[in-house]
Design a protein around this ligand. Structure first.
Ligand SMILES: [Zn+2]
Length: 157
């Protein structure tokens, strides 16, 4: 009897955590598209970076020198990822930010180079944005080194 009760508790626990996960998944509403669909709405360059984790050449994105106030949206799903208030000139040739909007960025380790780096992507469409480093300015000390091609700038009106 005791064992049964224990199992029941475990099952209930699993069910409730599953329900929480489901609620979370519903709340963020992911954008999921096939490769074919992405190719239709993105340029070849954007597709290579967002969907194949490519990297643009430094100093090639006009967003590198963008200084206006506004928001930087994911070029794949138009979710606002960064505010111009958190942008700074890192001198690297890529648009750089020291922080992002909450709950829109997820990270994973990338082993493409000899030293593992932390890749980050948009939570909503899983489009690759860039890499995050620990040499950014305060208060976060982070440098979100973003491909300009993965972003769309929306000036504040
Ligand atoms: Zn996105």
């Amino acid at each position: 009897m005791k064992k049964r009760k224990f199992i029941k508790i475990i099952i209930l626990g699993l069910l409730s955590s599953f329900a929480t996960l489901q609620a979370f998944a519903q709340k963020i509403k992911k954008v999921i598209k096939s490769d074919k669909e992405w190719k239709k709405i993105l340029t070849n360059h954007q597709y290579y970076i967002l969907r194949k984790e490519g990297t643009e050449k430094p100093f090639t994105s006009p967003l590198n020198n963008e200084k206006r106030k506004g928001e930087y949206l994911c070029a794949g799903c138009k979710t606002p990822l960064f505010s111009s208030k958190k942008k700074y000139d890192s001198g690297t040739g890529w648009p750089s930010f020291f922080d992002h909007y909450p709950n829109v960025i997820a990270t994973k380790l990338d082993f493409k180079l000899l030293i593992p780096r932390t890749e980050y992507h948009c939570v909503i469409c899983e489009g690759h944005q860039g890499h995050v480093f620990e040499d950014g300015p305060q208060p976060t000390g982070k440098r979100y080194c973003n491909n300009g091609a993965s972003l769309t700038f929306k000036p504040k009106v």
